[in-house]
Design a protein around this ligand. Structure first.
Ligand SMILES: [Fe+2]
Ligand SMILES: [Fe+2]
Length: 573
């Protein structure tokens, strides 16, 4: 023991002559530290006593060289015959090689509480005490007065059947070697997060792997989140304020087998596969959409393999075979067949009534194949990809339906042009454009004389002419009112606007009057044209175009008027 003394923050302790830590120390109500710290011992073994009348518990009593000091500490608190339970969290010599010394001291019916794998080894220390297998006894011992000592397995940390335990009234978590450290600390209690440094070194070398360590820590944390103190068998005790951080940092520690990987090529592959599996699982948990999932999985796989892409084929009832690949951002494109070089299949699912058939390929650089170890990780990925694909398809259908409904609500059913609602689009007002107002001449007369069917036909024919003369992507043709049309020509200057207006006027004139139109009734339109500056009030521009249209009507119809020329500069036919 090198100068260890009790913490100024810790509960009462008795300082030895050289400042050494002497027990017992009451670390929580009726829970005592009764350890025996030896000079020069890196492990500095802690033992604990739970005072509970004739059901008292001695935890991890110690080795052949520490047990005498522990017994001495116990005697200052209780008569050792009150000890009914001797807990051995695992079977290492520092935990329980001293058991035979307790044979004639503790209660005649005292039992050694442990798990079967430790019990099988404990007999070799030569104690007469009978094992009490905790797994056969409800994983707890009853201490009376409503107090219990509950147990759980923390397998392979670092003993196959290693146990952790929790005393319900004091809320102390006893963790055996877990949370232990090589200690040269001067205090029984950890006072800040530097405790992690000694813990790290101990866990790196004594715990088998990061994954196993995480599993054990998760188990303890989930089971007893209300714990307020960690009492390990080595190192320092962890008070409540440090617990979360220590749990967190230990959970991120790689140890044991992971540290050996660099030396052994086969182990390295295994560990790479384990890391891949872990990272894929994380990616899956935090990824919502199919494109993101596929892209993140590809990135992760590229750390280990020469992956070109992940590619999926889905056979859907409505759309046939769809290909999902990075070149189309996993949007899903109809294809005739799967590509011939599709690569290694890692997921092949036959569809049923509710789910489509899915096949997912990992496309690797030529000459590469998927190592067996990685195949397992890919299987892990298969179900999430299936779920993401099915969801993706459902979203696609919903998006399309939404787009169809929106388009329908913005379309005039008779002419197929946009309706007035389409003019509410912000971009229209923001972009500079030319605006044409187009009105069918004497439309009322057409309707009255030939009936509404013929009138509707005239509207349809004019709409067809308009559509033929505007750019489908940028311009907009609107059925504005009964027989009135509005055209927005984006970025159009005076010349272009006038040109389009005149073409429309002329082509309407050329609509054959035969068929449903009587020869006597020629079809024509009057047009008003204005320029709309960027960010102007669109309504005002439309009103200007309307004025120009009115001008055309006044001038005798079947003509184009503009707002930028004097009224007498009307373009006549
Ligand atoms: Fe151990
Ligand atoms: Fe130990």
């Amino acid at each position: 023991m090198s100068g260890i003394s009790h913490s100024i923050d810790g509960p009462s302790a008795i300082d030895g002559p050289a400042g050494a830590l002497h027990g017992p120390i009451e670390i929580a109500p009726r829970v005592w530290w009764v350890g025996n710290l030896l000079p020069g011992d890196q492990f500095q073994c802690h033992s604990y006593l739970i005072e509970a009348g004739d059901q008292s518990v001695l935890i991890d009593p110690g080795s052949a060289i520490t047990i005498d000091g522990v017994i001495e500490n116990v005697r200052t608190i209780i008569d050792p015959t009150s000890i009914r339970w001797v807990v051995c969290h695992h079977a290492d010599p520092d935990v329980c090689a001293g058991l035979p010394k307790l044979d004639d001291l503790v209660h005649p019916d005292a039992r050694v509480v442990t798990e079967w794998r430790a019990a099988a080894l404990l007999v070799h220390y030569g104690s007469r005490l009978v094992p009490y297998l905790i797994e056969d006894n409800g994983w707890a011992i009853d201490l009376g007065e409503g107090r219990r000592l509950a147990f759980t397995l923390v397998p392979y940390l670092h003993f196959p059947g290693a146990l952790g335990s929790y005393e319900t009234s004091s809320k102390v978590l006893f963790t055996g070697d877990l949370f232990g450290g090589f200690s040269d600390a001067t205090s029984l209690w950890a006072s800040d997060s530097s405790v992690f440094d000694s813990m790290r070194r101990f866990h790196e070398h004594y715990m088998p792997s990061g994954d196993i360590l995480r599993a054990g820590l998760d188990n303890l944390h989930r089971r007893w989140p209300e714990a307020t103190m960690i009492a390990p068998q080595h190192g320092q005790l962890i008070p409540a304020p440090l617990m979360e951080e220590v749990f967190e940092r230990l959970s991120n520690l790689e140890c044991g087998i992971f540290l050996l990987a660099e030396d052994d090529i086969h182990l390295a592959t295994l560990l790479a596969a384990a890391a891949l599996e872990r990272n894929l699982a994380r990616a899956i948990l935090s990824t919502a959409s199919l494109p993101e999932l596929a892209e993140r999985a590809t990135t992760l796989l590229r750390e280990h393999l020469d992956v070109e892409r992940i590619e999926a084929y889905v056979r859907s009832d409505t759309e046939g075979l769809l290909r999902f690949a990075p070149d189309e951002h996993y949007a899903g494109t109809p294809v005739a067949s799967t590509s011939p070089d599709a690569g290694t299949t890692f997921l092949d699912l036959a569809g049923d009534d509710h789910t489509p058939a899915i096949r997912v390929y990992l496309v690797l650089a030529s000459g590469q194949s998927l190592p067996r170890q990685f195949a397992r990780a890919m299987v892990q990925l298969s179900q999430p990809i299936q779920v993401a694909l099915v969801e993706h398809l459902a979203h696609r259908d919903a998006d399309r339906e939404r787009a169809r409904i929106i388009a329908e609500s913005l379309t005039d059913p008779l002419t197929g042009l946009a309706n007035r609602r389409a003019l509410n689009d912000d971009h229209l007002a923001n972009d500079p454009s030319a605006i044409l107002m187009i009105d069918i001449d004497r439309f009322k007369e057409i309707n009255d004389e030939f009936g509404h069917d013929v009138g509707d036909d005239a509207l349809g024919q004019v709409a067809t002419v308009i559509r033929a003369n505007i750019r489908s992507r940028s311009d907009l043709g609107v059925r504005y009112g009964g027989d009135e049309f509005l055209v927005v020509l984006r970025e159009a200057d005076e010349t272009h606007a006038l040109d389009v207006a005149e073409r429309i006027r002329r082509q309407v004139e050329l609509i054959p009057s035969a068929g449903r139109f009587a020869a006597a009734m020629a079809l024509s339109v009057s047009v008003g044209v204005t320029l709309h500056e960027s960010h102007q009030d669109l309504g005002l521009s439309i009103a200007h175009a309307d004025e120009a249209l009115y001008q055309s009507k006044l001038e005798g119809r079947n003509r184009v008027s503009t707002t930028w020329a004097p009224p007498d500069a009307v373009i006549a036919r």
